[in-house]
Structures are given as structure tokens and as C-alpha cells.
Design a protein around this ligand. Structure first.
Ligand code: HMG
Ligand code: MG
Length: 294
């Protein structure tokens, strides 16, 4: 079975750190992630630096990214202004993002969902014409910090509209980490009755320790693309209560134990996390990481 791991640590992970990691260290992190076998790297965000100061060096970082023939970098792009900044040939892909819940979308991008959709309609066709692949995140699918449970019809409708725009994949975000295998079964099961598994990815946060269990549930349902973050870094600054993403180490251990060849060297990955802990001066939450050096 083919499985893709989308490493979002340099973006989703670092956007939530108190400390600003230098551009040099960010580049070193990305190189170490690639050296451990990861091939899909979400490098940074072309959002407003005032909104996400930790990624204020996004343009400079992208200009410094090393080229590898088998590595795909992407950046988060909220609007046409963000797309204008994608003037680097190393970028072949962007990720747009929108929330399934109105309140989170408003807090996160200062737009109603309809306004975000209208923005997408202006710049996604331009991105596609430029030959960029476009991924979409649909956040708060499994629950919103402001509105609680999200109506499933709403998730279906928004997914349909995102696919109609021409995105090749939607990553379903459990932004605050409230999903359980049972809710994954219900919500993902419903989406899989409308969309093929190859077009859906899952993006779990491990707030309540359910990240790996949820990923396994999605894996059993045929999902092949999983987002994760080195060491379990991460969270959304505009989603109170959101903690780290599912750790890449935990995901790799889970997949390897399920007979999947991930192409990732777990020892090297853990050493990368250990290095990052030194850079950030903090312990990272991944359980597999902790056990690796116990
Ligand atoms: P705004 O203040 O409404 O922007 O912010 P505006 O359109 O009114 O423009 C105001 C100024 O910002 C203008 O400059 C624009 O040019 C500039 P001025 O004329 O005043 O000099 N501007 C920009 N500058 C640089 N890059 C841009 C850009 N756009 C406008 N792209 C905006 C709207 C979307 C920009 C802002 O709200 C923003 O940047 N939000 C991003 C917040 C964010 O990154 N949140 C975390 C994302 S993680 C997530 O959503 C969840 C996810 O991880 C999945 C999951 O976990 O579930 C994906
Ligand atoms: Mg996230």
C-alpha cells in the first residue's frame, strides 16, 4: 500500500512556537527532515507576518530551500497577495485553507467562509494556470473551539466546492484534536461515500492523545495521506486549546507496525527531533521520541 506522509512541522509546528527559529535553523530542520526520508514538506506560510510572526521570514526561507528531485515543497497561501509571493521555481504546490466553522474562519483569516471561497475563486484558477498544484485544508471538521460540533452537510458542501475549484486533495483537519476513532469513522465514512479515498488526507492533532488512534482508523478506511509534525510540534494560534499535531515519529512507528514501508528512518527522525529540542530549548511531546532515547 502506498502511503504519503506530509510533514507540516516547519509550518504548522513552528507557527505556534513562542520562540522565533532563525531562517538558518529552519533550513537545517528541513534538510534533516529530508535526510530522514520525508519527501513532502510544508515549508512555511505566505500569510501576513503580523498574524504569524514566527514565519515572517517565509520569502527568505523559500529562496534558500535546496532542490531535490524527489522532494515536494508547499507553502500555505490565504489569498491573491500570498500567491504573488510564490515567485520561486522551487515551489510546485500551494495549500489553501478554510474552516468548516464560520467563527474559526473569521478569527483565523478575518473572513467569512463565503468571503474565503470568493477569494479562492479569484486566485486558485491563476495558480492552476501557472502550473501549481493546489491542496486544500478544511479545518475544524471534527469540532470547532467556538462552535463545537460541525454539521456534516456543511463539511460535504464545502468539500465539494473546494474540489470544484480544482484542488487535487483535501486535508481534513482536526484542528483542536477532539476527534476519536468513532467520530473519524462517522465523519470520514460519510465523506468517503462521496469522494474517493485518494483525494482525502487527514490532519490530526494529538491534544487528547487520540492522534495515532485516529490515524489508524483512517488508515483502516483506506486513507493513504497523513499529515504529521516532527516531535508533535504545532497548533493554530487562532484555535484556543489546539495543541501539537500527531507526531511524525508516532505516525511512522504506527505505519511501520502496520506493515507499511514509509521510507523514513525512524532513528534519524528522532535524532532530528532531539536536535530541534535543543534549538527550541523545549521538550517535544512525541511518545515514540521519548521512548527512543529512554
Ligand atoms: P487582513 O488584515 O484581513 O488583510 O488579513 P487585508 O486583506 O485587509 O490586507 C491588510 C494588509 O495585509 C495589506 O497591506 C495587504 O497587502 C497585506 P497594507 O495595504 O495594509 O500595507 N496582506 C498580506 N501581506 C502578506 N502576505 C499576505 C497578505 N495578505 C494581505 N498573504 C490575512 C487577512 C489572510 C492576510 C490574515 O488574516 C492572515 O494572514 N491570516 C493567517 C492566519 C494563519 O496563518 N493561521 C494559521 C493557519 S493554520 C490553520 O488554519 C489550520 C491548518 O493547520 C489545518 C488544521 O490544523 O486544521 C491549515
Ligand atoms: Mg494543523
Amino acid at each position: 500500500m502506498n502511503v504519503r506522509i506530509v510533514e507540516v512541522g516547519p509550518r504548522d509546528g513552528l507557527q505556534n512556537e513562542k520562540q522565533f527559529l532563525s531562517t538558518h535553523a529552519k533550513k537545517a530542520l528541513i534538510q534533516k527532515l529530508i535526510a530522514s526520508g520525508l519527501k513532502e514538506i510544508e515549508a512555511t506560510s505566505f500569510v501576513h507576518p503580523k498574524w504569524i510572526p514566527q514565519l515572517a521570514d517565509a520569502d527568505e526561507l523559500v529562496a534558500r530551500l535546496p532542490t531535490y528531485s524527489d522532494v515536494n515543497y508547499r507553502v500555505l497561501v490565504p489569498n491573491a497577495k500570498g500567491l504573488e509571493r510564490v515567485n520561486h521555481s522551487i515551489l510546485k504546490e500551494i495549500a489553501i485553507f478554510c474552516s468548516a466553522s464560520e467563527t474559526h474562519n473569521q478569527k483565523n483569516v478575518n473572513r467569512k467562509r463565503e468571503e474565503s471561497m470568493a477569494d479562492f475563486a479569484t486566485f486558485v484558477p491563476v495558480a492552476l494556470e501557472q502550473g501549481l498544484r493546489v491542496r486544500a485544508y478544511l479545518s475544524t471538521v471534527f469540532g470547532c473551539p467556538y462552535e463545537g460540533e460541525i454539521l456534516l452537510d456543511q463539511v460535504h458542501e464545502m468539500s465539494e466546492r473546494l474540489f470544484d475549484l480544482g484542488v487535487y486533495e483535501i486535508s481534513l483537519g482536526d484542528t483542536i484534536g477532539v476527534a476519536t476513532p468513532a467520530s473519524v469513522k462517522r465523519i470520514l465514512g460519510s465523506l468517503l461515500s462521496q469522494f474517493p479515498a485518494e483525494k482525502l488526507a487527514v490532519h490530526f492533532h494529538d491534544t487528547k492523545g487520540m492522534g495515532a488512534a485516529n490515524a489508524y482508523q483512517a488508515f483502516e478506511m483506506g486513507i493513504q495521506t497523513f499529515d504529521s509534525s516532527i516531535g508533535g510540534l504545532g497548533g493554530c494560534p487562532y484555535a484556543p486549546g489546539a495543541s501539537g499535531n500527531l507526531a511524525t515519529e508516532d505516525l511512522v512507528y504506527l505505519l511501520q507496525g502496520s506493515g507499511v514501508d514509509t521510507g523514513v528512518d525512524l532513528d534519524q527522525l528522532c535524532r532530528t527531533s532531539q536536535w530541534l529540542e535543543g534549538q527550541l530549548g523545549t521538550k517535544l511531546p512525541s511518545k515514540v521520541l521519548r521512548a527512543h532515547f529512554a
